[in-house]
Design a protein around this ligand. Structure first.
Ligand SMILES: C[S@@+](CC[C@H](N)C(=O)[O-])C[C@H]1O[C@@H](n2cnc3c(N)ncnc32)[C@H](O)[C@@H]1O
Length: 345
């Protein structure tokens, strides 16, 4: 990550357009120019009527949400996804938030491009609906894709350090990077908002992991401008489109008040020790040393997990990296104290 103080910021590089994202991106966004796309397209399920199902106060919701007809959803999805493929830089990443009703159309649209799946994330979310004769819907899909041809930004330790543990001795970093996310809705009583505004916590997570300061973040469906607000709050540049003129003009005036980088103070700082040899290639001598250390400790304590953890801490490497060496049994030299069964656990 770049040094916070070293990156200057030019607010006028943020660009927002009150128009259709397909036409607009063709007109204003150059090929291969965007580092990260975070977007939440209309759902094709009469999203403009969602208030009939959800239990919430609609007085503060900006009206004019533009929905897409169900019959048009497949071609609409294919068209905007084609634009995304064009504007992302090689190695750029994209997160699409989608319900399950028309997920197949989005997946079909993606399959027609060269974009590649990185993860299919499940976002556990409380919609506030209640059912008695079926299960209660409680998740969104987040499709995490990349454009091939470049190095994808993934700041694996930007939120939790390499060796930070929770109270049950589990890795906090591992937990944060699992592909099921539990992030609750944001309650903003009395504040003007868009239908379906994404929570700040969710956006911070995606933007922190998948971009750096000064990168360009695009949202084709701005709604309440939540992606753009968080991007600017983290000193990224933002570009995007929104068809709803009412939401656009209100949110455009709001976003001008946002101070670039203001979210830095709210971020958790990764803690714990930095493993000095993390990710470095192994030499033969280091592998032998690792096996020897492990053998000695294991013979004393007979606990594989603890022995691997101890060796990893001693030699400044990750747990799984040491585990691979320990489990890499060479039948010619029989260089492991572990039985075959123990190596498999
Ligand atoms: C699901 S909402 C986005 C919500 C947003 N992520 C937020 O947190 O507020 C989808 C938005 O896309 C807008 N929209 C629909 N069709 C559009 C199009 N062709 N181009 C740009 N915006 C569009 C809708 O008016 C709606 O505000």
């Amino acid at each position: 990550m770049k040094d916070l103080k070293s990156v200057s910021y030019t607010k006028s590089r943020n660009k927002f357009y009150n128009q259709d994202c397909i036409k607009g991106s063709r007109a204003f966004i150059a090929d291969n120019s965007v580092d990260l796309i975070v977007t939440d397209p209309p759902y094709g399920i009469e999203g403009d009527q969602l208030h009939k199902h959800y239990n919430r106060d609609e007085r503060f919701v900006v009206d004019g949400y533009v929905e897409v007809e169900k019959e048009q959803y497949p071609s609409f999805s294919a068209r905007w996804i084609k634009e995304v493929e064009r504007i992302l830089r090689p190695g750029g990443s994209m997160y699409i938030v989608s319900g399950y009703t028309n997920l197949n159309d989005i997946l079909n649209g993606l399959m027609m491009t060269s974009l590649r799946e990185v993860n299919h994330i499940i976002w556990k979310y409380n919609f506030g609906v209640y059912t008695t004769r079926k299960y209660v819907s409680s998740h969104y899909h987040i499709l995490f894709y990349e454009k091939p041809g470049g190095r994808r930004t993934f700041n694996a330790y930007v939120r939790y350090g390499q060796v930070e543990k929770d109270t049950a001795e589990g890795s906090l970093n591992y937990k944060d990077r699992e592909d099921v996310w539990i992030i609750n809705r944001e309650y903003k009583p009395g504040e003007v908002k868009n239908k379906n505004e994404l929570p700040t916590e969710l956006l911070v997570k995606m933007i922190q992991y998948s971009s750096n300061e000064g990168d360009l973040v695009c949202d084709l469906f701005l709604g309440g401008f939540s992606t753009a607000k968080v991007a600017i709050g983290l000193k990224r540049y933002a570009v995007g489109f929104e068809l709803n003129a009412k939401a656009f003009s209100y949110q455009k005036s709001q976003i001008e008040k946002i101070k670039p980088g203001h979210l830095f103070d709210t971020l958790r700082k990764p803690g714990g020790r930095v493993l000095e040899n993390y990710g470095k290639p192994w030499t033969d001598a280091e592998m032998t040393e690792c096996q020897e250390r492990f053998t000695k400790i294991y013979q004393e304590i007979r606990n594989k997990r603890k022995a691997v953890e101890t060796v990893a801490a001693q030699i400044g490497r990750g747990y799984f990296s040491v585990l691979n060496i320990v489990d890499d049994f060479n039948p010619k030299t029989e260089n492991s104290v572990l039985s075959r069964q123990e190596r498999l656990i």
